[in-house]
Design a protein around this ligand. Structure first.
Ligand code: SF4
Length: 684
């Protein structure tokens, strides 16, 4: 038959935690023995950890480890006042401390079920203020219970003992609040020991005889299996009669190092001599931690992963913050990476989500602040996806197939084909860039998102176009930019939509090619003739925005005026001369020259630029009579007039000079007369 080892044998998580913390803190002192096992104590001493009875015995300023079952409040405060405290109090026990402190603050009485002399009970009582300790159901009969009392238990008390005490007290005071704080680690170890003992011919309980917990295990097993031995290790097996073929069960107290019962296990195997070995499902040393979450007491507050709770910050460490979970045996921990508020202080109450009821080492409930934010963010993202709204994102990493983006902390993938309206060669150009995305795929269960930037660009362009179309109205005159020219017209951008100005609508006159009227890039005014949003067609007219030539013809070309024009057509009866685009006048054959001509071409040819005199303007009939001959004659006449004028000027000049000629004799006369007088005295 195989040798079987109880899965719960050895250190409970609280002791293991305290030992780990102590070894880390070494060299250090422990306030009281950390563990009731002489081998473990030796190990501690070898590591530089020695037990002291009071904080005063520890070196001032040195590290002082508080054991797993805690110390009194007075000892704790004293320890803090002179040493660096390494608090290895089991979280189960810390939770009881907080319960009774709360009761104390509410003025309630506390009853502790347990041994008054046990250090753990003393630690609880020291924090409770008004407290009574009851060790058994019989003692409970004599107890006076107030109506708002709270009953808690020493963690290592038997579950049955606690139930019996609770039953008696409840009968006395129905309003008694009962918190079963018995540690399941102990209960389970004992239950397993019973079961193992019932199926074993020989039962070995490994541990220190000084350990109450080990002794209790021994008693339980011996009641069921008479051949039960309490051994401290393999060295004690010499006195044990072991025959091959026996069913052998091994268990160990909560303070027994695993190497001690492993030695026993190995020795038993040797004795069994090649008998196959069977261990319980879990390795002995790992079992207590592995199922720690299930040890939560029924009477305490229950939590589940995903639950959002308000927790109180107890301690800030390098790893994150330790928090108090209301009504729970164990503290919680929020790792730094899971903190969204990094300014938290001790005493702050914050909201966090329960992630795991076991941090993997059995020490803490793991919580996260960021999960709440992430969940809110995820809900928002889902809502946006369902409503077809865009999300703001930032490009984070280019991959072979696309771009990884970040939506406020949530990862999103944008395939390369969805990055733009065109092929994107360099995906990394989007890294670090903010962008709007539309979610095109969302898997809620896998929390996977695929998004598209292209969809946003397309929709935005469509929206812009729609807005432009909504602003375009038939008959409205708008400004546009000539984008391109074709033989049949000009395409004009009227604010995002290209409309066509047909060549016939470019000008009032004839336009052979659109380039004769407009040029690419030119801003022009156009009138919207027609709209078809479905076919995205706009008909425009530039001509309609220009004044009609006939309406101003009379004013612009008054009868008698001489203007310049271009011969555009020749007919047998005359030549048509274009004065401006859309305004042609007729030069009758008789008016083509100052000479008589047999045919118009003898005087004028298409393309000639000629000066013509306006003979008549008839806007209603859209007729203008012009004359080259009259213009020539007028101009000749004008020249003649000019010459005449010149002559006239010459005559004027002559006239102006004439008096001078007449005056000369007069002027000279006195001179002539005077001359003799002047000469007269000379002759005398
Ligand atoms: S409360 Fe339980 S887990 Fe904690 S130290 Fe005591 S026995 Fe171990």
């Amino acid at each position: 038959m195989p040798v079987r080892v109880a899965a719960s044998a050895g250190w409970c998580f609280g002791v293991k935690r305290a030992m780990d913390m102590a070894f880390k803190a070494a060299p250090a002192c422990s306030l009281g023995p950390l563990i009731h096992n002489s081998d473990a104590v030796k190990d501690l001493e070898n590591a530089g950890i020695r037990a002291v009875e009071t904080p005063g015995e520890a070196p001032e300023g040195g590290r002082l480890v508080i054991r797993s079952h805690g110390v009194t409040q007075q000892e704790y405060l004293l320890a803090q006042s002179r040493c660096q405290v390494v608090d290895a109090t089991c979280p189960y026990v810390s939770a009881i401390h907080r319960m009774v402190e709360k009761a104390k603050s509410e003025g309630r009485e506390v009853i502790v079920a347990g041994q008054a002399s046990h250090p753990e009970v003393q630690g609880i009582v020291s924090r409770a203020g008004n407290a009574q300790v009851v060790a058994s159901a019989a003692e409970a009969q004599t107890l006076r219970v107030t109506d708002n009392a709270l009953l808690v238990s020493q963690t290592t008390l038997g579950g049955d003992e606690f139930s019996a005490i609770a039953q008696v007290l409840k009968a006395k005071q129905p309003r008694l609040e009962i918190k079963n704080t018995v540690c399941r680690a102990t209960e389970e170890r004992q239950a397993e020991a019973r079961e193992l003992a019932a199926h074993s011919d020989l039962m070995l309980v490994v541990g220190d005889k000084m350990s109450a917990n080990t002794r209790r295990l021994y008693e339980i097993c011996r009641e069921i299996c008479p051949k039960t031995y309490l051994v401290s290790g393999a060295e004690d097996l010499d006195g044990v009669e072991v025959k091959p073929g026996l069913n052998i069960g091994i268990t160990a107290g909560a303070s027994t190092p695993c190497r001690k019962y492993e030695e026993v296990f190995t020795r038993m195997n040797d004795i069994e001599n090649n008998v196959p070995v069977q261990q319980e499902a879990n390795a002995p040393q790992a079992a207590p931690e592995a199922d720690f979450a299930s040890q939560v007491d029924e009477s305490l507050q229950k939590y589940r992963p995903g639950q959002v709770v308000t927790v109180k910050v107890l301690q800030i460490t390098d790893e994150g913050v330790n928090v108090e979970l209301p009504g729970y045996k164990m503290d919680g921990q929020i790792k730094t990476d899971d903190l969204s508020d990094t300014d938290v202080k001790v005493g702050d109450e914050i909201e966090a989500e329960v992630v795991k009821l076991n941090d993997g080492n059995g020490n803490y409930v793991l919580l996260s602040q960021k999960n709440i934010i992430n969940r809110k963010l995820w809900d928002e993202i889902v809502a946006k996806y369902e409503n077809g709204e865009y999300v703001e994102a930032e490009g984070k990493e280019a991959t072979k197939g696309g771009l990884l983006c970040d939506i406020g902390g949530v990862r999103t993938f944008v395939p390369a084909s969805q990055l733009a309206n065109h092929y994107v060669d360099k995906i990394d150009q989007f890294v670090g860039k903010p962008m709007k995305l539309k979610i095109i795929e969302l898997d809620k269960s896998k929390k996977r998102i695929v998004a598209s930037r292209k969809a946003v660009l397309k929709e935005e362009a469509a929206a812009r176009k729609q807005e432009i179309w909504s602003k375009l109205e038939k008959d409205a005159v708008v400004k546009g930019i000539v984008r391109r020219l074709t033989d049949f017209g000009a395409f004009v951008d009227v604010g995002g939509v290209d409309g066509l100005v047909h060549v016939t609508n470019l000008s009032w006159g004839r336009v052979a090619h659109p380039s004769d009227a407009v040029s690419v890039g030119e801003e022009i005014e156009v009138k919207i003739l027609d709209l078809d949003p479905e076919k995205e067609r706009v008909s425009l007219s530039r001509k309609a925005t220009l004044p009609k030539p006939w309406t101003v013809a009379e004013e612009k070309y008054p009868v008698g005026s001489i203007v310049e024009g271009k011969v555009v057509r020749i007919q047998p009866f005359g030549a048509f001369v274009e004065l401006e685009s859309g305004l042609d006048g007729l030069v009758h054959i008789s008016q083509c020259s100052t000479q008589r001509v047999n045919k118009v071409e003898d005087a004028l040819n298409v393309g000639d630029i000629v000066r013509v005199k306006v003979l008549d303007v008839d806007p209603e009939r859209k007729r203008i009579s012009l004359s080259v001959r009259a213009a020539l004659e007028d101009e000749a006449m004008a020249e003649t007039d000019d010459i005449t004028d010149e002559y006239a000027i010459d005559e004027d000049v002559q006239e102006a000079e004439a008096p001078a000629e007449e005056a000369t004799p007069e002027a000279e006369a006195p001179a002539e007369e005077a001359a003799p007088e002047a000469e007269a005295p000379t002759e005398e």
